[in-house]
Design a protein around this ligand. Structure first.
Ligand SMILES: N[C@@H](CCC(=O)N[C@@H](CS)C(=O)NCC(=O)O)C(=O)O
Length: 212
């Protein structure tokens, strides 16, 4: 049994999707970051950067913070979702951790939630977001999944691309990424993991009306 400390955000969903795909039993322990529950001393004792997700593996008593470390732990625990070529999986997982997450996160901060307040930052992060969409699109024009076979690299990037309505993108520019996104969105484990903790948020497919 794995205790999953999480909230309804892209970083949290990476881990719940992986747990669903791996069919590992887990217990959801919501940490409401809007209510500052991530600063609770008990949570900070094993997640010192005051961020979700974090896990405790009841089998081993191992605790882990940082979603990339958690995903790699789950790969090693099960021997699954490594994409077949571990180094390729690591390349794309690291791209998520170092670029997609931080850059898209700043696009959300400046472009979605504070438009017009810092025009240079807004333009910088939106254009970087679009550049990263292009990098992912080019890769997915060559391979079905990012690391060849389905892996935690796909799982790490999916919930960030699922925030596409906040990125001012034109899906016609990214047909391979759209194909991949629809492929993942169609997986039942992805749908279950995306809804952890349960929320009103749903996965919008490319071209679907943002207000629908
Ligand atoms: N690099 C971290 C980022 C985690 C992260 O940014 N979590 C956000 C929610 S998506 C959070 O807990 N924010 C609360 C805070 O910063 O106080 C990871 O991948 O686990």
């Amino acid at each position: 049994m794995i205790d999953l400390y999480t909230w309804a955000t892209p970083n949290g969903r990476k881990v719940s999707i992986a747990l669903e795909e791996l069919e590992l039993p887990y217990r959801v322990l919501p940490v409401n970051i809007a209510a500052d529950e991530q600063f609770d001393p008990g949570f900070l004792s094993f997640s010192p950067n005051n961020k979700i997700p974090a896990i405790r593996d009841q089998d081993t008593q191992r605790t882990l913070f940082e979603s990339g470390a958690i995903l790699l732990y789950l790969v090693d625990k099960t021997g699954k979702l490594d994409g077949g070529d571990r180094w390729q999986m690591l390349e794309w997982l690291m791209l998520q951790m170092a670029s997609v997450g931080p850059v898209f996160g700043q696009t959300h901060h400046f472009h979605r939630f504070n438009p017009g307040k810092a025009p240079y930052a807004e333009q910088r992060f939106v254009s970087e977001t679009h550049r990263l969409y292009g990098v992912l699109n080019a890769r997915l024009g060559e391979t079905e999944y990012l690391a060849g076979a389905y892996s935690v690299a796909d799982i790490a990037i999916f919930p960030w691309v699922a925030r596409w309505p906040w990125h001012s993108i034109n899906w016609e520019d990214y047909p391979h990424l759209a194909r991949w996104f629809e492929l993942l969105a169609g997986r039942e484990a992805v749908q279950r993991g995306y809804n952890v903790p349960a929320s009103e948020q749903r996965i919008l497919l490319p071209g679907q009306d943002v207000d629908s």
